[in-house]
Design a protein around this ligand. Structure first.
Ligand code: AOF
Ligand code: ZN
Length: 362
């Protein structure tokens, strides 16, 4: 591999990440145009529905004839919300196209490469491919069959508790760890918590980072029990709260109030279909490509029991409750033998002051 190829691809990957939280359910894409070792243009997919990365990079470039374009994802060959990027690359008389990884979108999937080659452009695929795949884990999963990417987050004490017995423990983890959670709230399109968590904590489920967007706030409210003055209802100004309800609740008095006055969105299922697997599938069909799951215990155990997660990060604070009545992060998941224990894979540790982040994936 040419050192220059990985250098410029790395730049394109860094550029692509700037679109985090703004392009879902589209992929994060970055592009760099280079001629005679000079960068002519650089760009990324900035907002859902707007210019693709290649077009932004080419718009910045002057005299790009004979240049090389580095793109983290195969350039598109279809007419979507914008014209095909390959046409623009051909029109600009680009000589070489270096690609991180192929686009699994059936509308593209190898066609982009084919069209470029047919136009006489040299194409190289697979530069920093591992990073390019990691960059778009969400997109690669969701594009296949609209199953959302599931990310688990939990803040726990050293003895594995998420709350004291009276639920008075608002902050278990430190501010650095909580800032990372805000990063995830921007990155993933939806945030999901169980009914109990809403009833006990009355959370706002927003992203507090500057210039970031709030996720869709999703919770199960099977029987429409959440009081109207709770934050996710009363503060639903952006109309991003979604309740998962039972079909029979549609058109009930409370349903109509929530829908018409508070602009709550609903996803409904039959009682017999109330499994997390089916709920997540429905959320995906609604158009949400990724879900940050923030508890509580019963949701987390159902997720492990049914292997529904893709990855996650558990934040561990050096605090010990030692109270058997405090709330464990997982409940009803009894493995009596160590050989039967559920094991997290691809573990990586992050340090946040005196808190530890344990990152894992399937
Ligand atoms: C690229 N560069 O920056 C992006 C690409 O809805 P549209 O019309 O924007 O098309 C979205 C599809 O285009 C998306 O699913 C993916 O296959 C590709 N996205 N392609 O070459 C980009 N964002
Ligand atoms: Zn494109």
């Amino acid at each position: 591999m040419d050192f220059n190829d990985s250098y410029y691809m790395n730049l394109a990957l860094t550029e692509a990440r700037k679109g985090e939280g703004k392009v879902n359910p589209n992929p994060l894409v970055g592009a760099v145009v280079v001629k005679n070792n000079k960068i002519l243009g650089i760009g990324y997919h900035e907002v859902y529905g707007s210019h693709h990365a290649e077009v932004n990079a080419l718009n910045m470039s002057k005299n790009s004839e004979g240049a090389t374009i580095y793109v983290t994802l195969e350039p598109c060959s279809h007419q979507g919300k914008t014209p095909p990027c390959v046409d623009r690359i051909i029109q600009e008389k680009i000589k070489k196209c270096v690609i991180g990884t192929l686009d699994p979108n059936p509308l593209v999937s190898g066609n982009g490469v084919k069209k470029l080659q047919e136009a006489g452009i040299e194409v190289i695929v697979g530069i920093l491919e591992e990073e390019a795949l990691k960059l778009n884990e969400v997109f690669f999963k969701y594009i296949k069959n609209k199953n959302p990417y599931i990310f688990l987050k939990c803040g726990i004490t050293l003895d594995g508790k998420i709350a004291t017995r009276d639920f008075s423990s608002k902050w278990i983890t430190n501010s650095l760890a909580r800032e990372k959670v805000q990063y995830y709230r921007n990155k993933f399109m939806g945030i999901f918590v169980g009914t109990n968590t809403v009833l006990k904590d009355n959370p706002s489920l927003t992203c507090t980072l500057e210039n970031k967007r709030d996720p869709f706030r999703i919770t199960i409210d099977k029987n429409l029990e959440i009081p109207i003055d709770y934050k996710i209802i009363a503060n639903n100004f952006d109309e991003k709260t979604i309740f998962i309800i039972e079909n029979s609740k549609i058109n009930s008095e409370k349903y109509n109030l929530l829908k018409n006055k508070y602009k709550i969105k609903f996803i409904s299922l039959d009682e017999k279909d109330f499994s997390l697997e089916k709920i997540f599938k429905k959320v995906g069909e609604f158009g949400i490509d990724s879900i940050l799951v923030e508890g509580g215990s019963s949701i987390i155990s159902q997720i492990f029991e049914n292997n529904l997660y893709d990855s996650g990060e558990f934040f561990i604070a050096p605090k010990i409750l030692g109270d058997e009545k405090s709330i464990p992060f997982i409940n009803g998941f009894s493995k009596s033998k160590i050989d039967e224990a559920f094991k997290l894979n691809n573990v990586k540790f992050n340090l946040y002051g005196d808190n530890i982040g344990l990152e894992f994936s399937k």
